[in-house]
Design a protein around this ligand. Structure first.
Ligand code: KMH
Ligand code: ZN
Length: 277
């Protein structure tokens, strides 16, 4: 049995002040993705930062990061359209025009720690439709049970194609708590044939990633989810977190899928090439 390992080298919140090893420049993000690929990751979930380390949906930065990653390795890029709480939805949704193989789709607005994560229904529908047109596979980020229902409605409206691909996000304040019970509840409710992974934040990342792998999920690792390797011990970059996830999979008797295997396992649509005139 093969599993997909995704690296999430940088998220929307932490900065180098929290962990100096956090990759934030295009070069650093591309290097983290390339190193993770050589360790066994086949998908890179990518957030962009500007020169001040702020989350950005700047298309030039996005293009640069994607090109720099492609120069290093064939890892499949999953761009985050979540970007960061300070960036308007209307800018975030433009990122799919860069035609990554995958991009996140956050189906609902919610409280997110002390902030607000704005994903208005009309915008979510528009983004889902555009992703479908472009052949960009949505990674559906669900932080609560109602978010799953929202995704199923989008599927029923013809805006999402099967198999649905979910990240079950646990431990964000405003969403579900990071408990095995919540994970099991969500997994039981997923539609037939769904593909999924756990994203658990902070200290819950390791144990819930292990549970997820053991019960049939894929795995994600990286400094977006935790900047620590153990309690009180900052991680020295993304590599130790990726190595640990690959080790978990191997210890459970699983193989780690390469990019070709991942394209098949995730049933990724063929990307639609831009029209040339
Ligand atoms: N850090 C995640 C829990 C996305 O990438 O689309 C939220 C997030 C969403 O970053
Ligand atoms: Zn993200």
């Amino acid at each position: 049995m093969s599993v997909v390992i995704t690296v999430a080298p940088t998220g929307p919140i932490a900065t180098k002040a929290d962990n100096p090893s956090l990759p934030t420049t295009p070069e650093e993000i591309a290097k983290a993705a390339g190193d993770a690929y050589s360790l066994g990751a086949s998908v890179a979930h990518v957030h962009l930062r500007d020169e001040q380390e702020r989350p950005t949906a700047d298309l030039r930065i996005g293009r640069r990061v994607m090109d720099m990653i492609a120069d290093r390795c064939p890892i499949l890029v999953q761009l985050s359209t979540g970007v960061g709480l300070s960036v308007p939805f209307e800018e975030r949704e433009q990122l799919v025009e860069l035609r990554p193989r995958m991009a996140t789709l956050n189906p609902c607005s919610m409280s997110f720690g002390e902030g607000e994560f704005r994903n208005p229904p009309a915008g979510v529908r528009r983004l889902a439709a555009r992703m479908r047109e472009l052949g960009v596979k949505p990674e559906l980020e669900i932080y609560d049970t109602g978010h799953l229902d929202a995704c199923l409605r989008l599927r029923d409206e013809g805006l999402l194609d099967e198999p649905l691909q979910f990240s079950i996000v646990l431990g964000v304040r405003g969403g579900m708590a990071a408990t095995p019970e919540n994970l099991l509840t969500m997994v039981r409710r997923l539609p037939e044939g769904a593909i999924w992974q756990v994203i658990a934040v902070g200290r819950a990342s390791l144990p819930l990633t292990a549970v997820g792998l053991a019960i049939g999920g894929n795995a994600r690792a990286g400094m977006e989810d935790t900047i620590h390797l153990a309690k009180g011990k900052l991680t020295d970059g993304n590599d130790p977190l990726v190595q640990r996830a690959v080790g978990l999979a191997h210890d459970l008797g699983m193989e780690v899928a390469g990019t070709d295997g991942t394209e098949k396992l995730l049933q990724l649509p063929r990307p639609i090439e831009p029209a040339t005139s």
